[in-house]
Design a protein around this ligand. Structure first.
Ligand SMILES: [Zn+2]
Ligand SMILES: [Zn+2]
Length: 405
């Protein structure tokens, strides 16, 4: 029986997936989400963790019957570095992506992942932001040894393994529980109090603050990363991992972004729509575009036009995309009766009444304003008649995809 589905959903498989289905699904997801391919490192980690659990039949059965809570009861299961699992399964990340090679060798400390929220203006112009980072560095006084030479001994509690194994009876089952050794906090080593380094108290590392300058390049997109190699925690027996900055794009109140194109809705008055004029668009930098509507061109309500070269800059060469403008026409509330002959002169004549034939009785009625406070059924009928629901809006979007090719 399966109660929780999260891990299955992360891998996009059904809960009855076979072991080979899982492996295939993980490979597909991991290739797509791999940070070397610009994927989100956090999601990559989650998906890897899900695979780690589901690929182990014992852990999978615990997860299926008791969910994540059941797994955490087991305790002491330090997660694997997703990069390592990935390499182990598929023979090295470098083999897939050509570059970003992670050689087999010394262990690495965990990557530090930090998200920065960036406005569209900042992504348009580019920005340098400072981040204060606190990570562990090797203690300079004991050079990461924790004490004087020879002071470090193997922990007698766990014989240097860092973990203790206990048996627990659960009904007919015997469960093996691994927990971090509490004598040595899982390090496998032991230093007498008097021999400990005074600077780091025997911990070998001390917290250290560092300022990082994050260059957000013009045209970067949400989900992209800026990586500082080797700036994560230092540890005596491991190489430092990376600091990974993930760019998150804040939604903009006027512009929508589609790759390097921008999409905007504007409202113009009826006279400008019929007889020309101009309107302004405040851009993402210090400029405003003054858009000319030429006399003699008719702009219809809902028309989508393009302003070339005013989209987002591309990241590599800063070539700009296009700006798509959906034009809404604002009708006047009133027209002076004395001006109607002028309109009749300017506009095409009114369409004559349809001929319904001799057998039809003609019944003259008026159009009244709809009272929006009336009953629900009537209100929704009025809304339906107006045709202004979200679906309609969407179908009028510019087809940027096609225009781009
Ligand atoms: Zn120990
Ligand atoms: Zn020290």
């Amino acid at each position: 029986m399966v109660f929780e589905r999260k891990y299955y959903e992360l891998l996009e498989v059904s809960p009855d997936a076979s072991e080979s289905d899982l492996k295939k699904a993980y490979r597909k997801r991991a290739l797509k989400l791999h940070p070397d391919k610009g994927g989100d490192p956090e999601l990559f980690k989650e998906v890897t963790h899900a695979y780690e659990i589901l690929s182990d039949p014992q852990k999978r059965s615990i997860y299926d019957s008791r969910g994540e809570a059941g797994l955490s009861e087991q305790g002491g299961m330090g997660g694997m570095d997703p990069q390592d699992l990935f390499s182990q399964l598929f023979g090295g990340a470098g083999g897939f992506f050509g570059g970003g090679n992670r050689p087999q060798g010394p262990r690495k400390t965990k990557d530090l992942v930090h998200r920065v929220h960036v406005t569209l203006e900042e992504l348009y112009k580019g920005k340098t932001t400072k981040l204060a980072l606190t990570r562990n560095i090797l203690c300079s006084k004991c050079k990461g040894k924790g004490g004087k030479d020879g002071a470090v001994r193997t922990c007698p509690g766990c014989h240097g393994r860092g973990v203790k194994v206990m048996m627990r009876h659960m009904g007919p089952m015997i469960q093996q529980i691994q927990t971090a050794c509490d004598d040595c906090s899982g390090t496998g080593e032991f230093i007498n109090t008097k021999d400990r380094c005074g600077n780091c108290k025997g911990k070998k590392v001390i917290p250290d603050k560092k300022m990082l300058e994050v260059h957000i390049d013009k045209g970067m997109k949400g989900g992209q990363t800026v990586v500082f190699r080797g700036e994560s925690d230092q540890a005596p027996s491991a190489e430092p991992g990376d600091v990974v900055i993930v760019i998150e794009e804040k939604p903009h109140e006027r512009f929508r972004r589609q790759e390097n194109d921008l999409i905007l809705e504007v409202e113009i008055d009826l006279l400008t729509a019929l007889a020309g004029g101009q309107f302004g668009i405040k851009h993402l930098d210090e400029r405003a575009l003054v858009v000319q509507v030429h006399p003699g061109e008719i702009t219809k309500h809902g028309d989508v036009k393009v302003i070339h070269g005013q989209g987002m800059p591309s990241q590599r060469h800063h070539e700009p995309g296009d700006l798509y403008v959906k034009v809404n026409v604002r009708f006047p509330e009133l027209v002076d009766a004395s001006a109607i002959p002028l309109l009749e002169q300017a506009l095409p004549p009114r369409e004559p009444l349809e001929d319904f034939g001799k057998d039809t009785t003609l019944d003259e009625v008026n159009l009244d304003a709809v009272d929006t406070r009336s009953k629900n059924g009537f209100k929704s009928a009025a809304a339906a008649a107006a045709g202004d629901d979200a679906m309609d809006e969407d179908s009028e979007e510019p087809r940027v995809q096609c225009a781009n090719q």
